[in-house]
Ligand binder design. Structure first.
Ligand code: FAD
Length: 408
């Protein structure tokens, strides 16, 4: 079967990309290993995604926002960063950014459901679900995807959105810089006596990192705990009641009594940055291109931005009557997305290393950084402009780092 574009992976990035091309006249094949039932009603994977102002605008334009239920949207009004035993920390306030809120929190499974609903109604998208990719090939003549059900999908352009551990990226001979932080991240929805007041917390404690992400209900948050794997294993054997007591203690009882209110989902912490985003008749989008450490909450925001950039280039090529596999077009996408993501990827690696290192020099440095941050407006602007910027690019203070935007 022949198409203009074959997309591998119907995660949030692959689905948004298919949706972005709606009405362009391009015929799309969407290949996904999960079956249709899991795509219609995606299981709760515990992830709550912090959405920037720019991403919210994109989600509105794509029709996804209108498909979210009121109770699936959390307000991220302010954010608090705490270090060690410090009880006051550094507050990032929405009014300092001139916005009614810093951002929003959406469940990943709600984003996936809404994106699938949008894509499933598109006449130009043919869905191949419940199938795995056996082999991929791209030559000057076209791209080919062999599926494990014996089918072969041919396309003018192949786009991989098959996660940060992308098998397609590897099969196409594209390497990636990977950083294994050696930590496990547990995400867990919890109810708590003290209301969250729509404030997100990031708490760099000794031997642990804790985050609290406020959900729609004032007494329910997503709790994110990062620990070394042995300590995480000990915690995960506890039953719900014992886990709730342990989590309340980890929060220093600041939220009062807590109860488990969702599934326990644990993720290995690995940052990934592809050496190249494009090859002959081939492009990487989403986590397959840039897999961020979640601490700066930018993975999906970058995924949305990248797919929008590539879709815009493809639409322009169609309108100009140019081939969609034009190497110059693909290079423009690579260039723009690298400039938009590389500085924050590097800054996030640095921050994640600094704030999760419990050795004394690192503790002293971050104490200074937080103290300085309270005094220095530029530091605050760096974090806040990333969330509240209406454009999709790099926060202003990071733009001068663009010179470092080279392949890893
Ligand atoms: C704990 C946690 C918290 C996060 N918080 C935030 C946040 O606050 N803000 C933010 O912006 N981002 C956040 N992220 C990142 C965000 O979840 C990811 O960036 C986003 O889900 C990536 O989407 P994707 O479509 O690129 O990849 P995935 O979601 O990984 O989807 C890939 C898809 O490809 C399919 N696939 C894989 N291999 C094949 C194959 N061979 N054949 C067919 N199909 C295949 C998979 O089944 C899957 O459906 C967080 C991540 C984690 C783990």
């Amino acid at each position: 079967m022949s198409f203009d574009i074959a997309i591998i992976g119907a995660g949030p990035a692959g689905l948004c990309f298919a949706r972005s091309l709606a009405g362009s006249g391009l015929r799309i094949a969407l290949v996904e290993q999960q079956d249709e039932a899991a795509l219609i009603a995606p299981p709760d994977d515990g992830r709550e995604i912090a959405i920037t102002h720019h991403s919210q605008r994109l989600l509105r334009e794509l029709g996804l926002w209108a498909r979210l239920r009121e109770e699936e949207i959390g307000t991220l009004r302010d954010a608090l960063v705490l270090d060690g035993d410090d009880r006051d920390g550094l507050m990032f306030r929405h009014d300092e950014a001139g916005k009614p809120q810093l951002g929003w929190l959406l469940s990943n499974h709600a984003i996936r459901r809404a994106a699938w609903e949008e894509v499933a109604r598109l006449p130009d998208v043919e869905r191949f679900t419940g199938v795995r990719v056996n082999a991929v090939r791209s030559t000057a003549a076209g791209a080919e995807v062999s599926l494990d059900d014996g089918e072969t999908v041919r396309a003018q352009l192949l786009v991989a959105a098959d996660s940060r551990f992308s098998e397609t990226r590897r099969a196409m001979g594209i390497g990636a810089g990977m950083h294994d932080f050696g930590k496990t991240m547990l995400v867990l929805r919890m109810r708590h006596d003290v209301p969250h007041a729509q404030v997100a917390w990031e708490w760099f404690g000794h031997g642990q990192t804790l985050a609290l992400l406020p959900l729609h209900d004032p007494h329910t948050s997503s709790v994110v705990l990062t620990l070394a794997p042995p300590a995480m294993r000990e915690l995960l054997v506890l039953d719900d009641a014992a886990l709730a007591v342990a989590m309340a203690a980890r929060f220093g009882q600041r939220l009062g009594a807590m109860q488990v209110a969702g599934p326990r989902c644990a993720y290995p912490l690995v940052g990934v940055y592809a050496k190249r985003f494009v090859a002959e008749r081939f492009a990487l989008i989403g986590d397959a291109a840039v897999g961020m450490h979640p601490v700066t909450a930018h993975g999906f925001n970058f995924g949305l931005l990248g797919q929008a950039t590539l879709a815009r280039e493809l639409r322009a090529a169609v309108e100009a009557g140019q081939p969609i596999w034009n190497p110059a077009l693909l290079q423009r996408y690579e260039h723009q997305h690298r400039l938009a993501t590389r500085p924050l990827y590097l800054a996030t690696q640095l921050l994640a290393g600094l704030y999760t290192d419990d050795r004394r020099p690192a503790r002293v440095v971050r104490k200074l950084a937080l103290g300085a941050g309270a005094r220095l407006r530029p530091f605050k602007r760096l974090v806040m402009s990333g969330l509240t910027a209406e454009h999709g690019g790099v926060p202003a203070p990071l733009r001068r780092l663009r010179r470092t935007a080279r392949p890893v």
